[in-house]
Design a protein around this ligand. Structure first.
Ligand SMILES: Cc1cc2nc3c(=O)[nH]c(=O)nc-3n(C[C@H](O)[C@H](O)[C@H](O)COP(=O)(O)OP(=O)(O)OC[C@H]3O[C@@H](n4cnc5c(N)ncnc54)[C@H](O)[C@@H]3O)c2cc1C
Length: 400
């Protein structure tokens, strides 16, 4: 019997682990190298520690970059159904929230890592941590995978080194260098799903305030989600979702602090509150309706004297306040950098990757998956689903 093909997977994130599982299940001998001291460090941070691992709505418009055909093929070959079925067989139960986002039933990202690590062990995948791959050379046949002071030969390589976003978790763009050395083009890299630097100083006292808001950027559809104010501006799912629209450059728009309520409704409610809370200090007019710091800011920015009583707010000022509550002008200076981004926009050029196998069109035996590829998804589990799907295709094809 011929000996099985040896597949080397570089990178022990979600994509690398899933590629290793797929290749080992297809009968290959698999070696997985990870430069961190443990696997899946970024995976553990996903979804605020809950891991939003997929989504019910897998419409292609949720994916960006150069790999339309690659996404379509990967999702049809190994979409959310087979992904969740595989995880289910590994003991991972899941649920979908009211936005269609899929989470482990335990609400712990650690459960996803646990399932993958157990499967890697069951399949006999050889894992080396604290092993940084510094070069991959063509061995003719196969490849020589080089660490400092140690070389390893193999028949095929799966490059799953991640991108350049949030480098504190391990992936720092090194995978792009490995791909370049093998002759691959890398499209321009930038941050995606990233907080926003706001202009002005109106938000400085709001640091730490978290609430559902609607952000309407000029020329874009309104986005409603949870925002978190920070010392530089806006973070949280709302900012991350809006960051794609901001990527083209500075922009402006409005923030509604009462999503779904029109100006007339808000004005009526303010009139009622003015009657009911007549003796209160104006600065505290909105306390009990909006977060206190947000209420104080809106009163201040509407030109209402903080020390006056609520009964002294005239109709004109009430109208200004209503306008600010439903459409507060917000200008966005810039995106925060790659350091704070959840994912990388750009990556290994999909024009040099076969969509059906995720294999290189330039170097036979070389495969790509996950964030290292020029595909990035919206917030909502799309990036991890891309990892699972592309990795399954790459790992299976590498083993074949
Ligand atoms: C805070 C945060 C929250 C997120 N939440 C979600 C979420 O809820 N849902 C979602 O879909 N996506 C989420 N994402 C995005 C998601 O984590 C990434 O899309 C995903 O981790 C990419 O997987 P990957 O395996 O391609 O890369 P990575 O997870 O980055 O793994 C790559 C691995 O390769 C290793 N490596 C790199 N170079 C080498 C080398 N030369 N030698 C050896 N090892 C190497 C790295 O150390 C790393 O462990 C989140 C990201 C962040 C930062």
């Amino acid at each position: 019997m011929p000996s099985p093909r040896t597949i080397t997977v570089i990178g022990g994130g979600p994509a690398g682990m899933m590629a290793a599982v797929a290749a080992a299940r297809a009968g290959a001998r698999v070696v997985l190298w990870e430069k961190n001291g443990s696997l899946g460090r970024k995976l553990l941070a996903t979804g605020n520690g809950r891991c939003n691992l997929s989504n019910r709505d897998l419409d292609p418009r949720h994916f960006h970059g150069g790999g339309r055909d690659h996404v379509a093929h990967a999702l049809s070959a190994f979409g959310p159904g087979p992904t969740l079925e595989l995880f289910g067989r590994l003991g991972l139960e899941h649920y979908h929230d009211d936005r269609g986002r899929c989470f482990p039933a335990s609400n712990e990202a650690g459960s996803v890592l646990f399932a993958l690590e157990h499967e890697l062990a069951r399949l006999g995948v050889e894992i080396g941590t604290r092993r940084e791959i510094v070069a991959v050379d063509r061995g003719r046949p196969g490849f020589v995978v080089r660490q400092r002071g140690r070389d390893q030969r193999c028949d095929a390589v799966v490059l799953a080194c991640g991108g350049a976003a949030s480098p504190q978790f391990g992936a720092n763009g090194g995978g792009f260098e490995l791909a370049r050395r093998l002759g691959h083009r890398v499209t321009p890299i930038g941050p995606s799903l990233v907080p926003l630097d706001l202009a002005g100083n109106w938000f400085h006292k709001l640091q730490g305030v978290r609430l559902d808001m609607t952000l309407t950027l000029n020329g874009s559809a309104p986005i409603t989600d949870e925002g978190l104010f920070t010392h530089y501006g806006l973070s949280g799912p709302l900012a991350l979702r809006a960051s794609r629209a901001v990527a083209a450059g500075p922009t402006s728009g409005t923030l509604s602090f009462t999503p779904g309520l029109g100006r007339g409704t808000v004005r009526d409610r303010l009139r009622l509150r003015r009657e009911q809370l007549a003796g209160r200090m104006s600065a505290e007019f909105l306390c009990g309706w909006l977060p206190e710091k947000a209420g104080r800011m809106l009163v201040r920015e509407s030109g209402i004297a903080a020390e006056a009583t609520v009964s002294a707010i005239d109709d004109a000022l009430l109208d200004v306040l209503a306008g600010n509550i439903v459409a507060f002008p917000a200008a966005i200076n810039a995106l925060r950098g790659l350091k704070e981004a959840q994912v990388t926009a750009g990556g290994v050029d999909c024009g040099e990757i076969f969509p059906g196998t995720m294999g290189s069109t330039l170097v036979p035996g070389l495969f790509f998956c996950g964030e290292v590829v020029d595909v990035d998804g919206d917030s909502g589990g799309y990036n991890l689903q891309w990892c699972w799907s592309s990795a399954w295709v790459a790992g299976t094809a590498a083993a074949g």
